[in-house]
Design a binder for this molecule. Structure first.
Ligand SMILES: Cc1ncc(COP(=O)(O)O)c(C=O)c1O
Length: 410
């Protein structure tokens, strides 16, 4: 049994059966077992090739197994991977300086997963509210937008409006309020009370189905947060790092959040690396012992993150995301497929709604058909299919993707 399990060449059926028998059933993946990736391509265990139109939920912006990241991973893994923050390491300071300069912030707090970055931002905002803004002890509020998604911890689901995320997991974290997305009037009403520490928002809501707010929304958020001395926390964990055709989605609107959250593609998909960036004023409220993580700021993560960011710049991936996103959406829109509507997106973050009655299948079934046609996409909720390939996608691959979409419907 042990020898069988440890072997590396299980068939697809064996791999799926092992997951089914021994893993928690907290995901419902498409029935494809992947074994190799390169750029925008993935291969399954039977050698079939697919275009990846999910990019691990935007964590693989630089493409699968980017050679520069593989080289950094190999070199650093053989030298030093983890020291904890009990000691200094020779890469953390350099990485901190690099990322602060890259995004124009004073200080960074390194974490691992995206949800930890969100948790960190909320802790920072509460601390700042008590120690700088002067909010009454234990009264600080954090405001979120309906449809938000920032992970699966108890705090993250405490702000969720998706019953699938929060049902039967209560009681929830207090001090959170949820208002409609893309609604500045409601934001003003929610944050003008003097007890609000922060408004945390995605510039484009990813998991909710690529919901793009009205032009001027983020500028309005910035103005209201400044007016009421409330921290504007931008969750750019999915929208950041070139995904929407700019380094940050906030750049499209020329706004700078008080706290910027990054994750996912910060390591190019090599390992969980997240970051919270902010000002001296906010960051300096934290003292030793008040927050941390065993793995946060480890030298392997620091080396990878610097390289991952530099690749985005060197390979002009934001610009490519914009060009390829426009090409993809204009191609798909020109196909005029009955049953698909509301095609939307920015850069290489796209989504389309499925009318199952007209298309003859729901979003999940369409994703399965797309898979057979060689395109890996994932539905979000029942009616939407999101398309977010690695940003290294080229025009030939865009046309292959459009061909696969055509095939999936015939
Ligand atoms: C906008 C946003 N924030 C936070 C997260 C959580 O990131 P992680 O899964 O790395 O904890 C996600 C994950 O999809 C996300 O899309």
């Amino acid at each position: 049994m042990n020898a069988f399990i440890r072997q590396k060449n299980h068939t697809a059926q064996q791999s799926m059966a092992l997951e089914d028998q021994y893993g928690a059933h907290n995901y419902h993946p498409l029935p494809v077992v992947l074994t190799r990736g390169q750029g925008a391509w993935l291969w399954d265990v039977d050698g079939k090739r697919y275009l990846d139109f999910l990019a691990a939920y935007s964590a693989v912006n630089q493409g699968h197994c980017h050679p520069r990241l593989v080289a950094v991973m190999q070199e650093q893994a053989g030298r030093l991977t983890l020291t904890s923050r009990a000691f200094h390491n020779d890469l953390l300071g350099a990485y901190e300086a690099y990322i602060c300069d890259f995004f124009g912030y004073d200080r960074v707090l390194p974490m691992n997963t995206g949800v930890e970055a969100g948790e960190t931002a909320i802790k920072l905002a509460r601390k700042w509210a008590y120690e700088v803004k002067g909010v009454t002890p234990n009264k600080a509020r954090v405001v979120f937008a309906e449809g938000n998604f920032w992970g699966r911890t108890v705090a993250a689901i405490s702000s969720s409006t998706d019953p699938e995320s929060y049902s039967n997991f209560g009681p929830f974290v207090p001090g959170f309020e949820v208002i409609p997305y893309n609604n500045l009037e409601r934001l003003e009403a929610a944050i003008s009370d003097g007890d609000t520490a922060a408004f945390m928002v995605e510039p484009i809501q990813g998991e909710a189905g690529v919901i793009i707010p009205d032009e001027g929304y983020l500028a309005g958020v910035r103005a209201l947060c400044s007016k009421y001395q409330v921290l504007f926390i931008a969750d750019e964990i999915q929208t950041g790092l070139g995904r929407t055709g700019a380094m940050l989605a906030c750049d499209h609107d020329g706004v700078k959040p008080d706290i910027l959250l990054l994750g996912k593609a910060l390591s190019g998909g090599m390992m969980p690396v997240s970051a919270v960036l902010s000002s001296h004023e906010v960051m300096n409220t934290l003292m030793p012992g008040q927050h941390g993580s065993t793995f946060g700021g480890n030298p392997l993560a620091c080396a990878l993150a610097m390289e991952a960011l530099q690749i985005l710049k060197d390979e002009h991936l934001s610009e490519n995301a914009k060009a390829m996103g426009d090409l993809f959406r204009s191609g798909l829109s020109a196909m005029n497929i009955p049953g698909l509507s509301n095609l939307r997106g920015k850069g290489l973050m796209s989504a389309v709604d499925v009318d199952a009655g007209i298309l003859g299948m729901n979003a999940r079934t369409w994703c399965e058909r797309l898979m057979h046609a060689g395109l890996l996409c994932k539905q979000t909720h029942d009616l939407t299919v999101r398309m977010s390939p690695p940003l290294v996608l080229n025009s030939e691959q865009v046309h292959l993707a459009l061909d696969a979409i055509k095939t999936s419907l015939t």
